[in-house]
Structures are given as structure tokens and as C-alpha cells.
Write a protein that binds this ligand. Structure first.
Ligand code: SAH
Length: 277
């Protein structure tokens, strides 16, 4: 996996204690995990046969317990450990099953400290950056949020655990479709997915209390500023393609954008509707 395919990794010196876990390490983890899973399956098989396969197998229960444990560890070490304190964000990160938003072959890496491929040349962001951007939005439970760049739907699910309604736009039809399906199957009824060009926003549902952009435009798109409510917050990476970009947090005060830079980051570019990938 080429480095430029991992665009959402936070730059090491931006916050303390970054541990970059390499895929090589994870591949060996994968083999070890597979061996354990195979041994586990052999042990539980007779139980499944006796039970007629109607109840969840001990193996399945064991797998989901271990994903939960991985999630708890992820929150403690990668998120709380790096300074995210918002209780709602920590709870949302504990709750959303990230492994169900990544392609099956990457599930064993779902809680690792890194972005992961989700198909169509796109990535799901590193867990820390999802939590950091969510916290930056200072969400309230009645908020209406717009996300640009649905991708896997994971960030939208995290937002929807805190806010009232989430509107999310994805430009790649295959990703919009699979994210919508995934969110629906997990019961995220307050997330609305649209396939379209995020530069245009979603004017029918504006104004939004918060906007999050998970792909990088060259500058803050004006349509998004127009669709932000007074006192609303927008968080987004801004900068040229495949370079280090600035993660910006801006607030709309008396119609004007007041902004500050939070972190250096690297996201996939925000493409225009007439561009081919
Ligand atoms: N938030 C996602 C990760 C997003 S990756 C998650 O949680 O998985 C960035 C996404 O932005 C990609 O899926 C890419 O296709 C999408 N994207 C790029 N340009 C866009 C545009 N103009 N409008 C909407 N989506 C766009």
C-alpha cells in the first residue's frame, strides 16, 4: 500500500506519542489470528451441530467480544491517550463497530492506529482523526450535521451517535451505495446518504449546525460556508493534493468565517463533479 494511499495519517510530531503500525507487522498478526480462529472453530464445531446452528456460535460470540475489547483498547490508547476528552465522542467511538465498515479482509486491522483502504482508491480515516475532528465540532444532541465524503459511512455513524440528524454526501456511487446499505443494516436511521458533489453541499437541508469534510479541497468551499448556520462550526483539511494539508476549524460569526489551524494532516483530495478519478 503506497504511502499516498494513506492520506489521513496525522503527522507524527503533531500530537504526542504517535505509534505508526506497519502493514508488515499486521500481516504477521493476521496469520496468528487466523491460526487461533481456525483452532477455535474446530473446537466449537460439534456445539454448532448439536445446537442446529440457530444460536450464535461460541466462536461468533468470542469474535465479537474480541472486537469489543480491541475497541476499548483503541479508545484508551489512541484516543483518550492522545487527549480527546469529550465523553460523547469517547462513548460513540466505543460503540460504533468499526470492523463492520471496513472490507472483510481488513477486519483484523480495523482497530489499528491507521487509515485503511475501503475500495475505489479511498480510505477510512485513522480512528484518532475521526475522534479528533468529531470533538472539534462541539456537537450538541439537537444538531444537524453535514458530512462531505461518506466513504465507508464510519464517520457518519460516529456523528449520528451524538447529533440528531446526519446528512452525508459521497461522490463515488459504489461507495455511497455500500455505505448506505451498511448504515441501514446497523440501524442508523438518522443518517441520510446522497451520491453527489460535495462542493454543492445539500441546500435543501441547510442550514447545518456543523459541517465536516473528510477529503481535502484547496480552500473552504463557499457553498458550505453559505449552508453553515450562524454560530455553526466547520472542520476540514485544506491544501493542495497529496501534500501536507492544514486541518482547519472555523466558526461562522455574524456571517463571517473565523478560522484557526488545528493539525497538519493528509487526506484524499476533494474532487470536482466533472473530474474522473
Ligand atoms: N469519512 C469517510 C472517509 C472518507 S475518504 C469514512 O468514515 O470512511 C474521502 C471520501 O471523500 C472518499 O470516499 C471520496 O470519494 C470522497 N470525495 C472526494 N471528493 C468528493 C466530493 N467532491 N464530494 C463528495 N465526496 C467526495
Amino acid at each position: 500500500m503506497a504511502n499516498q494511499r494513506l492520506p489521513v495519517r496525522v503527522i507524527p510530531n503533531a500530537r504526542k506519542n504517535f505509534v505508526v503500525v506497519t502493514m508488515r507487522h499486521h500481516q504477521s498478526c493476521c496469520l496468528a489470528v487466523s491460526a487461533i480462529v481456525c483452532a477455535g472453530l474446530l473446537l466449537v464445531l460439534p456445539v454448532v451441530v448439536i445446537a442446529g446452528g440457530r444460536k450464535p456460535t461460541p466462536g461468533a460470540i468470542q469474535a465479537s467480544i474480541s472486537f469489543r475489547e480491541q475497541r476499548i483498547k483503541m479508545v484508551e490508547t489512541q484516543i483518550e491517550g492522545r487527549g480527546v476528552t469529550d465523553k460523547q465522542v469517547l462513548e460513540a467511538m466505543l460503540k460504533v463497530p468499526r470492523h463492520l465498515f471496513v472490507p472483510e479482509r481488513y477486519r483484523v486491522y480495523a482497530y489499528a492506529d491507521q487509515p485503511l483502504p475501503i475500495g475505489q482508491g479511498q480510505t477510512i480515516s485513522q480512528p484518532y482523526i475521526v475522534a479528533f475532528m468529531t470533538e472539534a465540532l462541539s456537537l450538541k444532541k439537537d444538531d444537524k450535521v453535514l458530512e462531505i465524503g461518506t466513504g465507508s459511512g464510519y464517520q457518519a455513524a460516529v456523528l449520528s451517535e451524538i447529533a440528531k440528524e446526519v446528512y452525508t454526501i459521497e461522490i463515488v456511487p459504489e461507495l455511497a451505495e455500500s455505505a448506505e446499505e451498511c448504515l441501514k443494516s446497523l440501524g442508523y436511521g438518522n443518517v441520510h446518504v446522497k451520491c453527489g458533489d460535495g462542493y454543492l453541499g445539500w441546500p435543501e437541508n441547510a442550514p447545518f449546525d456543523a459541517i465536516i469534510v473528510t477529503c481535502a479541497p484547496d480552500e473552504i468551499p463557499q457553498a458550505l460556508v453559505n449552508q453553515l448556520a450562524e454560530g455553526g462550526r466547520i472542520v476540514l483539511p485544506v491544501g493542495a493534493r497529496w501534500t501536507i494539508q492544514k486541518l482547519i476549524l472555523a466558526e461562522k460569526i455574524k456571517g463571517q468565517i473565523v478560522q484557526r489551524t488545528l493539525l497538519p494532516v493528509r487526506f484524499v483530495p476533494m474532487i470536482h463533479g466533472n473530474e474522473t478519478k
